[in-house]
Design a protein around this ligand. Structure first.
Ligand SMILES: [Zn+2]
Length: 222
């Protein structure tokens, strides 16, 4: 295994372990993938394997059509969604899916996450999250409907399930997951104060943030 690919595999594991340690998924939930640059190969976390003891060799290698190339385990059951996103959008280099409690709580009562935090505005280019299909995942129809719903955005909520985010690389896809759940948590807490809807970031400030995000390379328009 070449050093670059080893590093990519470790990045997937690190992202998953971070998410588990911060209650963004439990046990074997969630899934993380990345393209191997310059190839049609994709590395993805295995199905139903715990993250704390996961090693780079446990990551599964598939081609962009979903055919398994190597790995002792089965690829994540959500592999069709990851690959559909990558096939449709050349700028998508990596995908991450988490089972985010605050996002799930809000979407279960039909509330979306507003632009309440700067980090959320930066990482999602001010566009927020799309609302995708709710059930059942792990099949191609669900994958197509998810990516249709996501459109030009960078994240999509599966109601009663979790969040799926894309990025140029796994670091950005993963950071988007964290930023979205953090915004959801703050929104939830602000509502819990019982003072009505919270103030959001003013539109003109959001517009400046979006321009800054473009300069930072956080949006594909750059
Ligand atoms: Zn899931």
């Amino acid at each position: 295994m070449n050093p670059n690919e080893l590093e990519l595999r470790q990045e997937l594991i690190t992202a998953a372990q971070y998410c588990e340690s911060h209650d963004l998924l439990i046990y074997t939930q969630g899934n993380f993938s990345t393209r191997v640059a310059g190839t049609d190969r994709v590395l993805i976390t295995p199905s139903d394997i715990p993250y704390p003891t996961m090693v780079p060799e446990d990551i599964v290698e598939v081609d962009i059509e979903g055919n398994k190339i190597s790995g002792k385990y089965e690829a994540s059951s959500e592999t069709p969604i990851h690959l559909t996103a990558m096939r449709r959008y050349p700028h998508v280099g990596a995908c991450a899916h988490i089972e985010s409690p605050y996002l799930n709580a809000l979407s279960s009562v039909n509330k979306s996450v507003p632009n309440i935090l700067g980090n959320f505005v930066y990482l999602f280019g001010g566009m927020g999250l799309a609302l995708g299909p709710s059930i059942r995942s792990a099949n191609q129809d669900f994958a197509d409907n998810t990516i249709d719903a996501m459109g030009e955005k960078f994240g999509v909520i599966w109601k009663n399930h979790g969040l799926f985010c894309v990025g140029q690389n796994i670091k950005i896809a993963f950071k988007r997951c964290i930023a979205a759940e953090q915004a959801a948590r703050v929104y939830y807490l602000s509502l819990a104060l019982g003072q009505g809807e919270p103030d959001l970031i003013p539109d003109d400030v959001q517009a400046e943030m979006v321009e800054t995000a473009k300069k930072w390379g956080l949006t594909k328009a750059v």
